[in-house]
Design a protein around this ligand. Structure first.
Ligand code: TYM
Length: 335
């Protein structure tokens, strides 16, 4: 019966501490989708090394992201939760798909341009071919739907193009995946510069709120969030700071923006910010507690990611074998 469900694939890089952008743009939607889809959620460590990572920290972050997946409410029985590098089919498929992707396509990617500008001393080939690895992640599972924040839409479009190209050259091999981008939380912006997306790699820590930030830090960061001197809680492009705070509120409380505007009519920013901070603290508290508990139980986490890798590998290798066969690689019989 499960076989008939449509497939979801998504992932988060363990390249830093996760922000409420990751939570509201991705994780929170995954939890809502897990009952209706066959889901694969990966901690994408291969992606993370396109930027230099300290080995100890990468190990810690990988487990933390895995624990957060469980802490936000993803059920490891229902979903396949795994660490990307444990399924080598991802790297193998990425190599093949690299040969079906053009330099022009890759160099046009906004994330590549941003990251290349930011890490000028390390513009490695992985940074450029990153979206091909992401295409491999998605296509290996014959994915129907990819729940992501708006910043990943361009990468998903490239994955679709690569899949279509491969299918046209050979014969139908891959499902063509669709993006699933939520409304309110799809693009959470920096609290200090609402023209920039909220990012775990921002140097200014007041720009982001981490899922694991304690209550006093959340309060302080929201209080310091950039607004304007208009003094009206309005979801408008002319008030990008306030608009962003309304988006966060809306995604957390599940309240449409016009209702939030009405609630704070004539109230000014102080009360609005105070309530938003409270709502965030309440939302994150159980996640934080669960995550801290899980991190104390490394054996349990090990069991989850080991089972997950085994389940994922079965599906991934099936597609990889199909790709290899179509290309003309000679299969071998393992002894
Ligand atoms: P990453 O690790 O940067 O972010 C993980 C997820 O969080 C979303 N996100 C946001 N959503 C709203 N507002 C924000 N400020 C914000 N910041 C991040 C991202 O859109 C993403 O959904 N390349 C991906 C990881 C990846 C992947 C995949 C995703 C690798 N392979 C296959 C889906 C399918 C990335 O860097 O996400």
């Amino acid at each position: 019966m499960d076989e008939e469900k449509k497939v979801i694939f998504s992932g988060v890089q363990p390249s830093g501490n996760l922000t409420i952008g990751n939570y509201l743009g991705a994780l929170k939607n995954w939890v809502l989708l897990q009952d209706d889809y066959r889901c694969y959620f990966s901690v994408v460590d291969l992606h993370a090394i396109t930027v230099r990572q300290e080995p100890k920290s990468l190990r810690e972050k990988t487990l933390e992201v895995l624990a957060l997946y469980l802490a936000v409410g993803l059920d490891p029985e229902k979903n396949t939760i795994f660490i990307q590098s444990h399924v080598p089919a991802h790297s193998e498929a990425a190599w093949i798909l690299n040969c079906f992707t053009y330099m022009g396509e890759l160099s046009r990617m906004t994330q590549f341009k941003d990251k290349a500008a930011k890490h000028q001393d390390n513009i490695n080939a992985g940074l450029l071919t990153y979206p091909v690895l992401m295409a491999a992640d998605i296509l290996l599972y014959q994915t129907d739907l990819v729940p992501i924040g708006a910043d990943q839409k361009q990468h998903l479009e490239l994955a679709r193009n690569i899949a279509q190209r491969f299918n046209n050259i050979y014969s139908p091999t891959f499902k063509i995946p669709e993006p699933f981008i939520g409304n309110e939380g799809a693009r959470i912006m920096s609290l200090q510069d609402p023209a920039k997306k909220m990012s775990k790699s921002d140097e200014n820590e007041n720009g982001y709120i981490l899922i694991m930030d304690p209550p006093d830090v959340i309060k302080r960061k929201i209080q310091r969030a950039v607004t304007d001197n208009l003094g009206t809680v309005k979801y408008a492009d002319e008030q990008p700071g306030v608009k962003n705070l309304i988006s966060i509120y809306s995604a957390v409380a599940g309240m449409p923006s016009d209702e939030i505007e009405n609630k704070y009519k004539g109230a000014g920013y102080a009360k609005f910010k105070q309530d938003l901070a409270e709502a965030l603290i309440e939302e994150l508290k159980p996640v934080q507690e669960k995550c801290n508990d899980l991190l104390k139980n490394k054996d349990y986490l090990k069991k989850i990611y080991s089972d997950g890798a085994e389940r994922a590998a079965k599906v991934a290798y099936k597609t990889l074998r199909k790709m290899q066969k179509k290309i003309g690689f000679i299969p071998y019989l393992a002894k």
